[in-house]
Write a protein that binds this ligand. Structure first.
Ligand SMILES: [Zn+2]
Ligand SMILES: [Zn+2]
Length: 302
């Protein structure tokens, strides 16, 4: 397997399974919930780290325990519901201190109804995309095909149970997995507890919800545009030190220079130089405005 390049193996063809695990490199899996979120499993010599536990629409724990026999510790990039849904199946969870209260609160079903409605709409649009692809493009990878809810999932009762972290993550902390390490980079802005994780030797940056292509969420409670820009500026010096950005949403992998594009976009936005338009509802059904910049946009409260 290519130890340096952006190798993403096409995954198996089971289009009914909620998760699509994709080997990225030896000991590194992208775990896709197509159209929703991406978690990552990073295996070292002594232990494995699961970066986020997904939406909880299906349990991620049985899958990751098939992928690795090493003890698994969960490292959360932040406490938004779509990154913590599988927490209940793990004992060892770490998060930035600013995310502890959000974990303890869980998420009641009422707060997630808008997400379920949005997911149904995405499934219908995804079916049209898949039909078009089958007509002749044949370009979609399995991890790009939106899946129906699992048969044993009850959308009316979808909620996230409260969970507890046993360890706190701080900026600069090094998580040693044995022959592999991840460095914590505190990147608030999208959320007050946001972190990115750097595999310096592997030249990979896990960018979570701070850097991805598509609509960036700065409209959520706790989002802070100035902090977001400051975090992007902290990531900028890493551009020459990493080959891949592995984000938690949408296109994967991303090229590191997108960080420069995002810095320019946030600078224009904060300087009042970016047109702001009424936009579509976000994934929870909240009304938003947006500033558009090529391959990403920044969502703002309506
Ligand atoms: Zn988020
Ligand atoms: Zn997210």
């Amino acid at each position: 397997m290519d130890e340096r390049g952006a190798t993403l193996w096409p995954a198996g063809g089971d289009l009914d399974s909620w998760f699509v695990p994709v080997p990225v490199r030896r000991g590194l899996w992208l775990i896709c919930e197509p159209g929703h979120v991406q978690s990552y499993l990073v295996e070292g010599r002594d232990r494995a780290i699961l970066i986020d536990t997904g939406t909880g629409i299906a349990p991620i724990a049985p899958l990751v325990r098939r992928l690795t026999t090493k003890p698994i510790e969960v490292v959360l990039t932040h406490n938004h519901f779509d990154h913590i849904g599988g927490n209940a199946d793990f004992d060892r969870i770490a998060i930035h201190p600013a995310g502890v209260a959000g974990l303890r609160a869980g998420r009641p079903a009422e707060s997630l109804r808008g997400y379920i409605a949005g997911a149904r709409g995405m499934l219908a649009r995804g079916a049209r995309l898949r039909a078009l692809d089958a007509e002749g493009f044949n370009m979609l990878h399995p991890e790009q095909i939106v899946r129906p809810f699992p048969p044993d999932f009850d959308p009316e009762r979808y909620a996230i149970a409260p969970s507890e972290a046993i360890a706190m993550l701080e900026d600069g902390q090094v998580l040693d997995l044995g022959a592999r390490a991840l460095e914590v980079i505190y990147t608030p802005g999208h959320s007050p507890d946001g972190i990115c994780l750097l595999d310096r030797a592997g030249r990979i940056l896990f960018t979570a919800d701070t850097v991805y292509a598509g609509p960036l969420y700065a409209q959520t409670p706790g989002a802070d545009l100035d902090a977001y820009l400051a975090s992007l500026r902290r990531l900028e010096p890493l551009i020459d030190s990493v080959d891949l950005l592995l984000p938690a949403h949408n296109r994967v992998p991303l090229d590191p220079p997108i960080i420069c594009e995002m810095i320019a976009g946030f600078e224009a936005l904060l300087a009042g130089r970016a047109p702001i338009e009424v936009s579509e509802a976000d994934s929870l059904g909240r009304r938003t405005r947006a500033a558009h910049f090529g391959r990403f946009s920044v969502l703002l409260p309506a």
